[in-house]
Design a protein around this ligand. Structure first.
Ligand code: NAD
Length: 390
């Protein structure tokens, strides 16, 4: 069994799907690891590191795909909508592919992938069960994004974060408000607190209150209750426009009083709700900063422009996308550990075994034998279920 690691091809992407430190645990389980030369350089992992740990280097992308039984990537075709298509001719029925596939994105893209015959697994669909916790790449990347969002805000804000008592007087701490206390939001709270800010957060899932408080943040309660706020997988459920309208009205005051607002309120597969309006931005003090972690899918702030920093009403709105790639050393390390756990799960007695009755494989499998087979993905795209695919 050979696992292949091509260099990421999305423009500006600095992560790599596998780092040298995980190679020994894979080889011990019977995997051979092949890596495209230079694949880890941008993330801080030079070629020698892979060789030292027992991986084999191959000079080109085509050779990696040719040699591998399982190809692992960070951004596969699907999440890489710019250069990912170029990988299609390398894939066939004998390949497995594992990575971010954006399964609730373009169905046409998934069909193109399926047409190659590849058996593709989307890490976004990893079930949130204890057994799969070590494979949860979405949480790993969200952790990095939450951390980096606070650093971007701190860098841009014309104030300091901590409270200081100095001979030149007292400096009051920055007030950071996080909207959406999922994994990214909670990490933003921790990071803001470590920098000395006063952090508060709001989430429509009542379960978030305790988590925010356990990190030393203040939970902002709004007199508006979401209907059936959380689904069985722990994700928030989309609400109607009346609910969002009420949220905006109630959030106005808190936003106005904050120096930094970090928005991370998303619903899987849906456009994020607009929770910070242009009027709310206008009410903030000059120099305030908004970091919109939902920017890539449209943003939680009305004035966000994906991939850009904009200044409106003297407030900076940061819509940087792919923040995880800007901390490539650790995001690659975390991702590599997640994928290693997944790869080790595919191996029984030194052999690759795709037990499609297993919940982890069942939920993450997207394409197989020419078809998009995942029931959740098919339902999302309005297609009937396929019959047994084993
Ligand atoms: N293995 C596991 O059990 C596991 C793994 C990861 C996360 N989780 C938990 O799942 C929950 C969701 O985390 P996530 O990072 O996947 O979330 P996410 O990235 O899907 O969404 C971010 C947050 O935005 C919130 N949100 C959405 N719409 C909102 C709105 N209109 N107003 C306010 N908030 C809104 C959601 O409730 C969520 O907390 C968290 O409690 C997290 O700790 C569990």
């Amino acid at each position: 069994m050979i696992v292949g690691v091509p260099k990421e091809s999305f423009p500006g992407e600095r992560r790599v799907a596998l780092v040298p430190m995980v190679v020994p645990s894979l080889t011990k389980a019977g995997w051979e690891v092949v890596v495209e030369a230079g694949a880890g350089v941008e993330a801080g992992y030079p070629d020698e590191g892979y060789i030292e740990k027992g991986a084999r280097l191959l000079p080109s992308r085509a050779e990696v795909f040719k040699a591998a039984d399982v190809v692992i990537q960070v951004l596969c075709y699907g999440s890489n909508d710019q250069t990912g298509q170029a990988d299609l001719p390398f894939l066939d029925r004998d390949h497995c592919l594992v990575g971010f596939l954006r399964p609730l994105g373009s169905f046409e893209t998934l069909q193109q992938l399926a047409a190659t015959g590849v058996t593709a697994f989307a890490v976004e669909l990893m079930p949130r069960i204890t057994r799969a916790q070590s494979m949860d790449a979405l949480s790993s990347m969200a952790t990095i994004c939450g951390y980096k969002a606070v650093l971007l805000a701190a860098d841009r804000l014309p104030r300091m974060f901590p409270m200081l008592t100095t001979a030149a007087g007292t400096i009051t701490p920055a007030r950071v408000f996080v909207i959406g206390a999922g994994v990214a939001g909670l990490q933003a709270i921790s990071t803001a607190r470590r920098l000395g800010a006063v952090a508060s957060a709001y989430d429509m899932r009542p379960a978030a209150k305790e988590q925010v408080q356990s990190l030393g943040g203040r939970f902002v309660e709004l007199p508006v209750e979401a209907a059936d706020a959380e689904d069985s997988r722990g994700y928030a459920r989309a609400q109607n426009e009346t609910f969002y309208q009420r949220q905006r009205e109630l959030l106005g005051r808190v936003v106005e009083e904050s120096d930094v607002v970090i928005t991370a309120a998303v619903i899987p597969g849906k456009k994020p709700p607009v929770l910070v309006t242009s009027k709310m931005v206008q009410s903030m003090a000059p120099g305030s900063v908004i970091v919109d972690l939902a920017a890539e899918r449209g943003g939680n702030c009305e004035l966000t422009r994906a991939g850009e920093h904009v200044v409106e009403y003297r407030v900076t709105i940061i819509g940087t996308i792919n923040l995880a790639s800007s901390v490539p050393y650790h995001s690659s390390q975390m991702y590599a550990r997640n994928l290693t756990a997944f790869l080790l799960h595919l191996v029984k007695e030194g052999k690759l075994q795709l037990n499609l009755d297993d919940e982890i494989l069942q939920e993450t499998l997207v394409t197989r034998e020419g078809e998009v087979v995942n029931p959740r993905v098919r339902e999302f795209h309005g297609l009937p279920a396929v019959t047994a695919h084993q």
